[in-house]
Structure formats: structure tokens, C-alpha cells
Write a protein that binds this ligand. Structure first.
Ligand code: GRF
Length: 219
């Protein structure tokens, strides 16, 4: 029996380029993803990704950290805006600000991120350069639920690619990015289908506890 679900309401947070946002929007358009992007919110007015949303008549908003006294104040305003859209899932897609614990707690189990490394390796920035410097044979990307620990929440799925002998941080980053897009779309679709849930710290996939990240084939 095939269950039908209402499209999952997403609010997507970005800070820049927005290629993951674009991949999500295209997957919705081609029927691969049963979701609707209710709003795209950025901490940078000039984020190029906002243009993709505007072209599609999706609500876009930008908040400026300078208008708020501290991180808590900024995140409280952000949370208030996000909740106007009643999202089923808040999607971090290249959102570069550290989130307050109040924010993370409010969206527990409904907040996901994509990170360009095979977590728990290389949390934080500059992952591609660090992977090359560490002479890693493989590198990749991970999708995880967000907790208070930076890049530390339960990892749902990963994709890995070989690091080539002549790879630079740029070439590796480009090849990982190409793999991020289908990975993120797939994980969001699992949430849309209620196949993937997080309760407390326990990930479940198809009603079974997920003991280790799902490994996806590179495309
Ligand atoms: C991606 O590499 C993502 O993994 C990381 O930030 C980058 C965002 O790229 N969190 P884009 O803005 O989606 O193009």
C-alpha cells in the first residue's frame, strides 16, 4: 500500500551561493521531492541564492545581525519569522551563522544541515583543504540533524568520493558539491515520506533504529 503525504513545508536558511537551495527547488519542480519551499531566509541581503527563490515567487527575507544586540536576539527574531510559515522542516543550506541553543532546542528533530565532510571528520570550515592536507583517500558530504554541538548532530546519510592525486581544495569542493545536491534532496524526501525521524538522539529509518549513517552511491 502506498501512503500519500501532503507536501512537506520547508523553510530554507542560506547565507550565500544557494546551490543546494537551487537543487531542492529543481527537485520539487521535477516531481522528485514532495515538498514546498514556504520561505527562504538569509542573514545576508546579498546572498545570491535569494534570487532563485524570488524568480519562483517564494517569500524571501533577510535579517542583518547588526540590527540585534546579540546572537540570542537575532535568533529569536529569526525563529519568529520562520514560525510564521509553520515549517515541517527547517533546512540549513550553506547557512553560516552559529545557532543559539534556544533556536536548536525549538526545532529539535526538525532542523537539518548538510556539511562538506564525512562527519565526524572535519567539523567546521575549510574541510576540503584539510582533507587534502591530511592525505585522505576519500572525502564527501554528510546530512545530519542539528544539535547544540557544532556539526555534531546525528548523521543520517553520507556520500563519499575519492580524493584524486592532483585535487586542489577547489576541484575537490566542486566534486563534493555535485554530490551534495542529490544527497540533500534524498534525505529531505525521506522526511517528507515520514521514513526518517529523530526522537531525542535516536534516528529511525523505516521504523528501525538507524545505527550508522546510510551510505549513498556517488552519482
Ligand atoms: C555547501 O558546501 C554545504 O555543504 C555547506 O555550505 C555550502 C553551501 O553551498 N554547508 P551552497 O550555498 O548551497 O551552494
Amino acid at each position: 500500500m502506498t501512503e500519500t503525504h501532503a507536501p512537506l513545508k520547508l523553510v530554507v536558511l542560506i547565507s550565500g551561493r544557494g546551490s543546494n537551495l537551487k537543487a531542492i527547488l529543481e527537485a520539487i519542480e521535477n516531481g522528485e521531492l514532495s515538498a514546498v519551499v514556504s520561505a527562504v531566509i538569509s542573514d545576508r541581503n546579498e546572498a545570491t541564492g535569494l534570487a532563485y527563490a524570488r524568480e519562483r515567487s517564494i517569500d524571501t527575507l533577510a535579517l542583518n545581525a547588526k540590527d540585534y544586540p546579540d546572537r540570542e536576539g537575532f535568533d529569536a527574531a529569526l525563529l519568529g519569522l520562520i514560525d510564521l510559515f509553520h515549517p515541517g522542516l527547517v533546512v540549513l543550506a550553506g547557512y553560516m551563522r552559529i545557532l543559539s541553543s534556544e533556536f536548536v532546542t525549538h526545532y529539535a528533530g526538525r532542523l537539518i544541515n548538510i556539511h562538506p565532510s564525512l562527519l565526524p571528520e572535519f567539523r567546521g570550515l575549510d574541510t576540503h583543504r584539510r582533507a587534502i592536507e591530511a592525505r585522505c583517500k576519500t572525502h564527501g558530504a554528510s546530512v545530519h540533524f542539528v544539535t547544540e554541538e557544532l556539526d555534531g548532530g546525528p548523521v543520517v546519510a553520507q556520500v563519499r568520493i575519492p580524493v584524486l592525486p592532483d585535487d586542489t581544495a577547489e576541484s575537490l569542493s566542486q566534486r563534493v558539491l555535485e554530490q551534495e545536491h542529490p544527497l540533500y534532496v534524498k534525505v529531505i524526501q525521506w522526511v517528507a515520506e515520514s521514513r526518517l525521524t529523530l526522537n531525542g538522539n535516536t534516528l529511525s529509518f523505516d521504523n528501525k533504529i538507524l545505527e550508522a549513517p546510510i551510505q549513498r552511491e556517488a552519482k
